[in-house]
Design a protein. Structure first.
Length: 256
């Protein structure tokens, strides 16, 4: 599968785009339309289960942008930020640079499952709380350090994305405060935590002596179908910019 020269680098990512638009649409629907209680329950369940998948799309996008056009990528960045609860700059700084740029589960790894003080693996709740509370402050510190080194783009992007995301959330809160809280704000807060739960399973109890033993692999067909092959995580660690559609084939080569 070769990179296209059209709007999308890979045509298969049309499904990623449609899923993000779908999640954003059902998040906003209760804000603008009065719905039956039963329909609201269904929307809440869908958000709980599908929002984490949109975070995987965001993960894939920040590693290998979906569009060939820079402006379209920026627009999609902002759509993802509102849809998932994480701004894309958090992913770039904390995940791409802080996680993949360091030895997995080392003290320098911003997503390390090990407690930085004891060196022991954290519990799920400890890891989720730590990650959820520290990610934005960590990103601010990283962006400021890059700024001091003359790399201003990280701090500029972090500030601008944060402002736009806050303004968008504020707008919807003003339109319908109750429904915006229930179907946009709270689901995004929950989703931020679920991202850390996924990262916990991927990196728990791995030796991390080399890139090839730095992640757990989950090979279930249904899981990888709904998660854009994130289960083939060793292949992702080997080459983070490898498009998600190529992860399975590369992972099977590594296993062989």
């Amino acid at each position: 599968m070769k990179i296209n020269t059209g709007i999308l680098k890979y045509n298969i990512d049309i499904f990623s785009i449609l899923l993000v638009i779908f999640i954003m649409s059902i998040s906003l629907l209760p804000i603008y339309v009065k719905l039956d209680f039963f329909i609201l329950i269904i929307i809440g369940i869908l958000l709980l289960f599908i929002k984490p998948i949109t975070s995987l799309i965001q993960h894939n996008h920040v590693h290998f942008s979906i569009f060939n056009n820079k402006k379209l990528n920026i627009i999609f960045d902002l759509l993802l930020s509102v849809s998932t609860g994480h701004i894309c700059s958090e992913w770039v700084l904390h995940h791409n640079i802080g996680h993949h740029g360091n030895v997995i589960n080392s003290p320098e790894d911003t997503s390390s499952v090990r407690n930085i003080n004891t060196g022991k693996f954290m519990t799920k709740m400890e890891y989720i709380l730590s990650g959820s509370l520290k990610i934005f402050p960590d990103c601010c510190k990283m962006a400021i350090e890059f700024y001091k080194k003359g790399k201003k783009q990280y701090l500029v992007a972090l500030i601008l994305e944060s402002i736009v995301t806050i303004l968008v959330h504020t707008f919807f809160l003003l339109v319908n405060f109750k429904m915006a809280i229930l179907f946009l704000v709270i689901p995004n807060i929950i989703n931020r935590a679920l991202v850390w739960l996924g990262a916990y399973w991927q990196h728990l109890d791995v030796p991390a002596n080399t890139v090839y033993d730095s992640a757990n692999m989950f090979r279930g067909k249904f899981f990888n179908f709904i998660s854009f092959d994130v289960g083939y995580h060793v292949a992702h660690h080997e080459k983070p910019t490898l498009h998600w559609s190529k992860l399975k084939a590369r992972a099977l080569q590594i296993i062989d």
